[in-house]
Ligand binder design. Structure first.
Ligand SMILES: NC(=O)c1ccc[n+]([C@@H]2O[C@H](COP(=O)([O-])OP(=O)(O)OC[C@H]3O[C@@H](n4cnc5c(N)ncnc54)[C@H](OP(=O)(O)O)[C@@H]3O)[C@@H](O)[C@H]2O)c1
Length: 299
């Protein structure tokens, strides 16, 4: 089987490459001139916001599946850089849809809990979206491009993705570990809650979607709902760091540009039952990350 992995230089993209089936033929693509990380499958630079470039990419490689891990993912920057955000989260999906339809490829796409307003999570796949910020609006518009199409597609919604990868922006877990290691104090909100997701587990879920030819919407995230402050305490515990450096605050104490879904979360029963995924609780995901970091550092 042939797989086109977009956004291959990002966190999820790198984890998809690391967990690809042994016999998969892969073409990697992203915005930068070169691919990053240890993977040595062929790489081609493409801006998915460009329809002709995207069409040529799919025409030349003829993938069975496109796994779209590309996107504009900076929630606060999305409020100001609206055109760039729309281009990556909506126009790119339209372009992939056209190319996949023309060349008979299936498309697995990734979305987010930010399509919900966070008033009464956790949410099931059937709950009604109501995004409150521009990032969420763009991700919902990307979903709707596929929902309205006749393509064989699957959308995996996830949230609070974390993990280690080459050259990526820090995520909540890697940021907090670095801060606590340096002995710096941090202020963490206790009024935002949801699932936390080890990127490897989302990658495994996407490979499973392709393996069983799944279609439709799936929530793929860690299986426990936890607030950020208690998740931070858990990170300190699992990585033997000083929890005394973590101060408990409220979202209103932070001047974040974009509004956050507060009581969010994704119900993951469907993905566990129908796809047979084993999704970790908050501690299990962190323990798996710790083990991975120790293995990398061992000779
Ligand atoms: N991170 C989270 O907490 C989270 C939560 C829920 C859902 N998600 C979703 O999960 C997916 C993967 O997230 P991630 O954290 O792995 O993202 P990431 O690390 O930011 O990687 C995304 C990649 O897409 C590339 N990209 C952006 N615009 C592009 C374009 N026009 N054409 C081609 N490539 C483009 C980016 O390149 P540049 O870096 O050069 O821009 C980057 O390498 C996204 O769909 C995201 O919305 C993420």
């Amino acid at each position: 089987m042939r797989y086109l992995i977009t956004g291959c230089n990002g966190l999820l993209g790198q984890k998809l490459l690391a967990s690809a089936p042994a016999d998969a033929e892969i073409l990697r693509t992203d915005l930068q001139e070169n691919g990053v990380g240890p993977d040595d499958s062929p790489y081609r630079r493409v801006d998915l916001g460009e329809r002709a470039e995207t069409a040529r990419l799919v025409r030349d490689f003829k993938p069975d599946w496109v796994i779209n891990a590309a996107g504009f993912t900076n929630v606060d920057a999305a409020e100001k850089e609206r055109e760039l955000c729309w281009r990556a989260n909506v126009t790119a999906v339209e372009n992939l849809l056209h190319a996949c339809r023309r060349h008979h490829a299936k498309l697995a796409h990734v979305s987010t809990d930010y399509i919900f307003d966070g008033k009464n999570g956790p949410y099931s796949e059937e709950d009604r979206p109501n995004p409150i910020g521009y990032y969420g609006k763009s991700k919902l518009a990307g979903e709707n491009v596929l929902r309205a199409s006749d393509l064989h597609f699957a959308v995996a919604r996830t949230m609070v993705l974390y993990g280690r990868a080459v050259g990526i922006r820090p995520n909540f877990v890697t940021w907090l570990i670095e801060k606590l290691k340096k002995g710096e104090s941090v202020r963490i909100v206790d009024d935002q809650s949801g699932n936390t997701t080890l990127a490897e587990e989302l990658a495994e879920g996407l490979w499973r979607i392709a393996a069983v030819d799944a279609c439709g919407f799936y929530h793929i995230a860690g299986r426990e709902i936890i607030d950020r402050y208690h998740f931070a305490l858990l990170i300190a515990e699992v990585f033997d760091l000083d929890a005394g450096l973590i101060a408990r605050i409220k979202t209103a104490d932070l001047a974040q540009t974009a509004p956050r879904p507060m009581k969010s979360g994704l119900r993951v029963d469907k993905a566990m039952q129908q796809l047979g995924l084993k999704l970790s609780d908050a501690r299990g995901g962190l323990l798996r990350l710790r083990l991975d970091m120790e293995n990398r550092n061992s000779p």
